[in-house]
Design a protein around this ligand. Structure first.
Ligand SMILES: [Fe+2]
Length: 187
């Protein structure tokens, strides 16, 4: 797998009228040969975000989850597509209600699976495995520069979130497990 070519293919697909579907087709094709993804970006060994593209129109990165890592409910405020190249990622889907957010659905994503999340989707994420999970995440906008929301996992209180908050969560996860907190040269 050539990462530069993959990013280029995503940028071209993003110009289609149904950009998310077109980009997700590129993503699904990439993770359909997960060994090629692993050859290109390596086996995950810590929590991290390896950024391939950060632009106003599109953000692309590989996210790696430590064994049994959890990420609290959060929104993106832009479409998001996830493709798993190793391990498993369980999603709980939430929605806003007058009394706060409420879980209403779930999806277990295995290697080669992709999920398309709409612009108003809220989800929380768990790696249920005793080994690392890796996925390619693509967002239809500036993921790192957008102020979004996350919800306290115990009280479900809404809090502000953005790229630096998410990076902090990954760093703390590595510290918790005694792994090197340096996520990657590009992260
Ligand atoms: Fe997310």
């Amino acid at each position: 797998m050539d990462i530069e070519q993959f990013v280029e293919d995503c940028l071209i697909a993003n110009k289609e009228s149904d950009a998310q579907t077109a980009v997700s087709d590129v993503l699904a094709k990439a993770v359909s040969t997960p060994n090629k993804v692993l050859e290109a970006i390596g086996e995950p060994s810590k929590a991290g975000l390896r950024v391939f593209l950060s632009s106003p129109e599109l953000t692309i990165f590989a996210a790696t989850w430590t064994p049994q890592m959890n990420l609290m409910p959060h929104d993106h405020l832009m479409w998001a597509s996830i493709g798993i190249y190793t391990g498993r990622e369980d999603n709980i889907f939430w929605r806003r209600t007058p009394g706060g957010i409420k879980a209403f659905g779930a999806d277990a994503l295995f290697q080669k699976d992709t999920a398309l999340l709409a612009e108003d989707a809220l989800h929380s994420v768990t790696n249920p495995l005793l080994r690392f999970t890796g996925g390619i995440h693509i967002y239809g906008g500036d993921f790192f520069g957008t102020t979004r929301s996350q919800w306290n996992p115990e009280t479900l209180e809404e809090e502000p979130s953005d790229g630096s908050v998410i990076r902090g969560i990954f760093e703390r996860e590595n510290q918790r497990l005694g792994l090197n907190g340096d996520m990657s040269p590009s992260a």
